[in-house]
Design a protein around this ligand. Structure first.
Ligand SMILES: Nc1ncnc2c1ncn2[C@@H]1O[C@H](COP(=O)(O)OP(=O)(O)OP(=O)(O)O)[C@@H](O)[C@H]1O
Ligand SMILES: [Mg+2]
Length: 332
């Protein structure tokens, strides 16, 4: 499978009244064509800002270090996303090669414009379709994502749709421009379980059909297990473990990932209380020295955890973890 996007040493800070805060630090990963990559981590770990970085879409107070590289591999060659300045170049990335389903359910649609009108506008911006073609393509996309009566729905407003329908309409809009990469930021959190399952099935079909890559953002490892091929686990702006989903879920190596898995409800042990990871993720203003997880870790191996950043080591040919438990050869 060929690479779609490569992220190298991404470090992203925000200028705030309290000073410079680090939201993402030295994060590297790639997404390949036909692959669904899960990005997981608790609230505030930096998932959404990482996703927005891929489209160079963060707020104006964002600062990227010069080492940060985001390379989008297109048929026309490689595009260095963070160096894009011109609106025309940005257009290639935003809503063109990359589409994003935003976390805020209503944010993707303007409330006072019908769904169809918005889809048509976006299509006309990113393709040379006529208005008529764009409208019929929009109806076709609504139909593809399982919206019944698409001819009628296309003229409705976002608030007239149920949560699940709205989510599907967002997916239809995000896919209508035929992106290479779809970023879905918590697309199923607001949905009930059956609709969630439908949306997940739909995404699987789409990857196969369009040979696209998907980044699926969630804080739910259970959803990742069902949805993704590969997973990257974030904590306080750092990528602490990554590997194929089955491998990471079956044999999590980082104490944080182990904690996330222990916190999942298990159907055969419903009487047992859930065991959440104790404590809260620290504020980015109070990033711990050493390993970022050291304030909550139950497997501290020594002062090294408090003082030194763990190196990212390979514990298996395709499984990497950043934790002092493992030596450079990846042995515990
Ligand atoms: N424009 C901004 N200015 C300052 N800080 C910001 C800005 N945008 C995001 N942050 C901070 O960056 C950190 C990471 O935020 P992000 O939204 O990526 O978290 P997340 O992992 O997506 O969490 P959630 O699961 O709640 O969506 C947070 O501490 C957030 O407050
Ligand atoms: Mg988020």
């Amino acid at each position: 499978m060929s690479d779609l996007i490569t992220v190298q040493n991404l470090t992203l800070q925000f200028r705030t009244d309290e000073g410079l805060i680090t939201a993402v630090e030295d994060v590297s990963f790639r997404v390949r064509k036909g692959e669904v990559m899960g990005l997981v981590g608790e609230s505030g770990s930096g998932k959404s800002v990482t996703a927005k970085a891929l489209m160079h879409l963060n707020a104006k107070n964002a600062v990227y270090t010069p080492e940060s590289k985001i390379i989008l591999h297109t048929d026309e060659g490689d595009l260095d996303v963070l160096s894009l300045r011109k609106a025309a170049d940005m257009k290639v990335v935003r809503g063109g090669a990359i589409s994003m389903i935003f976390q805020e359910p209503m944010a993707s649609f303007a409330p006072a414009i019908s769904i169809g009108k918005q889809m048509v506008e976006q299509l006309m911006l990113h393709s040379d379709m006529t208005k008529k073609q764009a409208r019929s393509h929009s109806i076709e996309m609504l139909d593809r994502v399982g919206i019944s009566d698409p001819h009628k729905r296309v003229d409705q407003f976002a608030f007239e749709l149920s949560g699940g329908m709205r989510q599907r309409a967002m997916i239809a809009m995000a896919l209508s421009t035929n992106p290479k990469l779809l970023i879905a930021d918590e697309p199923t959190t607001a949905l009930d379980v059956t609709i969630q399952a439908q949306v997940i099935d739909l995404m699987h079909d789409l990857v196969k059909e369009f040979d696209m890559g998907i980044i699926f953002i969630t804080h739910d490892l259970g959803v990742v297990a069902q949805t993704c091929d590969y997973v990257s686990v974030m904590y306080l702006g750092r990528l602490i473990e990554k590997g194929p989903v089955r491998e990471v879920i079956r044999d999590p190596r980082h104490p944080y990932t182990q904690g996330l898995i222990d916190a999942l409800p298990k159907l055969d042990e419903l009487d047992k209380p859930l065991t959440p990871i104790p404590g809260d993720i620290p504020s980015p203003l109070e990033r711990p020295k050493g390993c970022v997880f050291n304030t909550r870790c139950s497997k501290i191996v020594g002062d090294v955890c408090m003082n030194d950043l763990p190196r990212d080591v390979q514990v298996d040919p395709v499984h990497r973890v950043a934790c002092h438990i493992y030596n450079e050869e990846g042995q515990a």
